[in-house]
Design a protein around this ligand. Structure first.
Ligand code: AHR
Length: 701
């Protein structure tokens, strides 16, 4: 408890006298001892928080801001709402190479040769070989093109694939290779598969496939590395020393996956997600749900079954999706992380403004959504539940939320009200227990939830909205903030972004009787090809990675801090003297070539906070965000409890500079650190570091 020795002199006299005005706050008996000893100069030991207060009061006595010390008051006897147990979730879609070249563990890029209709992109030849796409020898209707490989001489000839900006090699790793092949008459040779360095100088693993037959057949093998150093500048090769022709399809290479799921996910990225303790996964988008056109939407029925039966599709983010991570894999991803799918169903509108008129034309799409719900939740006696079982998952998945479309305010035809009504009625008729979410204003039905999206471009513009929900009416639909981010920092947000996010999360959590669900977006970015814009379509993404490693941004850690530290009830708070800073909003975009006037500067709080409590253990969680670049002493007063233990914990994330960030090179530059805290009580002082997010855990009775 007793931490420091302080020598008092004549000036101390002055501030200690002032401090008696804070008797309600200075509860510790040692303070009274101090007060009574003031008449003489003494060496006295005082508790650190008291010292901070005394210093603050001393300087205030001399500078005149004593009355201005920022104070946060928490009334633990006044519960103002329940913290939504499902508040913190994830939003996902195929963007920024989220799955292909990201979460989905497949290492081969363009494994089905469909990424480009005319060229076998991402494939190269090795030795005396030529390759071409051949639609006359398809594997099946879904994978209706194949790679024709002609080896012209008996020296090694074949193909190479560099993966998604490299192929991760790790020590003592087993890779599962599979491919379909068919040999032309006259070819009787073996194939050799390797994982090797991009320059071909180092072979990390090799395996021989003895004979390829004249009919399409699946071949499988294991490639094993020895005790090699991790690296990513590598390629996969498949070669032969027999001249002749073969056709190939679905050339796939998988490293071990999270929970060893076949066709599964990258363990490092899954672990980052698991550490966030998310409660739901909004899937499959985003714009990825809609597609640019109706026929390039996320057509869920084409994303299930054996991966060789999935045709794949062009995503609106301008690259090919094999749909290897399809509807079932999304649900298994949820299962692995103990979260629920929040299913967005295609609602008859695509990004380039294609839409289906409400009425009979829309009925097949409503039916498709009902089938999709049955695939996820139906037992095996139902048609689609049985299909799920056939696909390898007899157990149904939990499902409570259905979102109808995505950002349908962009549908300028005004058809959403009618489309929503048709989906809402169809879903509620068959699944009355499901909560239906609208993505734009509707009038003919009352949705259970409204999905709101926001992407402010500075921490100031996010902080300006941090109190947005405080005075929202509690009648009407609940709120799902289905996409949001403070877009500061690229490819992943920096500390400034995290500060804006944390201010916003304080507001959402404080209002989580209304805001029951939230999910940051986008979740992922492959950071390998930023200069040419190849691997990123949208900047400021929560988690970054390359072929080998991954990292969480400061915004990721802010999410993690919030989602893993909160109570189940929201406590009433009040405050005095919250400091402010002047925010200069950015210039507005010019409209029709006319420059718009710059908005006036605004005073915004530089401190954001909330308080929640675990009603079983009594622990009070106080979240405080200090936007400023200077340490901020704050007085915290807690009423409505018998006592607050002197010892508690603080989780603190801070930065020397708001532009500080994490990266592949420095993945943990900015992370939360848990520290023991002493000298807490029903009233105490704490100094919050510059540019910091703090969660105090107070043990209260
Ligand atoms: O998160 C990126 C995109 O932003 C989403 O796909 C879309 O819904 C939103 O406009």
């Amino acid at each position: 408890m007793i931490q420091d020795t302080v020598n008092f002199n004549r000036e101390d006299w002055l501030f200690l006298e002032i401090s008696v005005h804070f008797r309600g706050f200075l509860m510790e008996s040692s303070v009274y001892t101090i007060a009574s000893a003031l008449v003489i100069r003494v060496n006295i030991r005082v508790m650190k928080p008291l010292r901070i207060l005394l210093i603050a009061v001393a300087s205030s006595a001399l500078t005149g801001w004593a009355a201005d010390i920022p104070t946060i008051q928490i009334n633990a006897a006044q519960v103002v709402g329940k913290v939504s147990p499902t508040l913190y979730g994830l939003m996902t879609e195929e963007i920024n190479f989220s799955y292909e070249g990201g979460l989905y563990a497949e290492l081969i890029r363009n494994r089905s040769f469909k990424a480009n209709p005319t060229n076998a992109v991402f494939w190269n030849t090795i030795g005396p070989a030529s390759i071409s796409l051949d639609s006359t020898v398809p594997l099946n209707d879904a994978l209706n093109v194949s790679l024709r490989l002609e080896a012209t001489q008996s020296s090694p000839a074949g193909i190479a694939n560099g993966g998604y900006w490299g192929i991760a090699v790790r020590p003592k790793m087993k890779y599962h290779l599979s491919f379909y092949a068919k040999a032309a008459n006259g070819f009787s040779g073996a194939l050799t598969a390797t994982i090797q360095s991009a320059d071909g100088k180092t072979i990390f693993a090799t395996v021989k496939i003895p004979r390829i037959t004249g009919d399409w057949q699946k071949y499988e093998a294991t490639l094993k590395t020895k005790n090699v150093a991790p690296s990513k500048d590598n390629q996969f090769t498949l070669t032969t020393t027999s001249p002749g022709t073969i056709w190939l399809q679905e050339v796939s290479l998988f490293p071990p996956t999270y929970h060893n799921r076949p066709n599964g996910n990258r363990p490092d990225i899954m672990q980052l997600l698991a550490d966030m303790n998310p409660k739901f996964l909004r899937l499959p988008g985003g714009n990825y749900l809609e597609g640019d056109y109706i026929n390039t939407r996320f057509d869920w029925k084409k994303t299930i079954g054996d991966i060789s039966e999935r045709p794949g599709h062009e995503s609106p983010w301008n690259y090919w999706s094999t749909d290897g991570l399809g509807l079932l894999e999304y649900c298994e991803w949820c299962e692995d992380l103990h979260m629920e799918p929040l299913l967005a169903v295609y609602a008859g509108y695509s990004l380039r403004h294609d839409y289906i008129k409400p009425g009979p034309d829309l009925n097949p799409f409503v039916q498709d959504a009902l089938d999709e719900i049955e695939y996820i939740t139906g037992d095996t006696s139902t048609k689609w539940g049985a299909q799920r079982a056939k696909d390898g998952h007899p157990m149904a998945f939990p499902l409570h939320y259905i979102e109808v479309g995505n950002e349908d305010e962009f549908d300028r035809s005004g058809s959403y009200d009618g489309r929503f009504t048709q989906f809402f009625d169809g879903i509620k008729a068959k699944y009355p227990q499901l909560q239906v979410i609208a993505t734009a204003k509707v009038t003919s039905r009352t949705p259970d939830f409204m999905d709101e999206h926001l992407y402010p471009e500075s921490e100031g513009s996010m902080e300006a909205r941090a109190h947005e929900f405080d005075n929202r009416p509690r009648t009407g639909p609940k709120t799902f903030v289905g996409e949001w981010a403070t877009r500061v920092g690229s490819p992943t947000p920096n500390m400034a972004g995290a500060l804006g996010d944390a201010a916003w999360m304080c507001g959402m959590e404080r209002n989580s009787d209304l805001v029951l669900l939230e999910s940051y977006a986008p979740l992922f970015v492959n950071v390998s090809d930023l200069a040419r814009g190849g691997s990123m379509q949208w900047r400021s993404d929560l988690i970054g990675y390359d072929a080998l490693t991954s990292y969480g941004s400061p915004s990721y850690y802010a999410q993690q801090m919030f989602s893993t530290h909160h109570g189940d009830v929201i406590l009433a708070t009040d405050s005095q003297n919250i400091p402010t800073y002047t925010w200069r909003p950015p210039a507005r975009r010019s409209r029709n070539g006319v420059q718009q006037p710059r908005p006036s500067p605004r005073e915004l709080p530089s401190l954001y906070f909330n308080a929640t409590r675990d009603s079983v253990s009594g622990t009070i969680f106080v979240k405080v965000v200090n936007h400023n670049g200077s340490p901020q002493p704050v007085k915290i007063e807690i009423s409505g409890v018998a006592s607050v233990k002197a010892k508690g914990e603080a989780v603190v994330m801070k930065a020397g500079n708001p532009s500080d960030t994490n990266s592949i090179e420095e993945p943990k530059k900015i992370i939360p650190v848990t520290e023991k805290v002493k000298d807490l009580g029903a009233a105490f002082m704490r100094e919050f570091p510059p540019y910091s997010i703090t969660i105090l855990e107070l043990k209260a009775k």
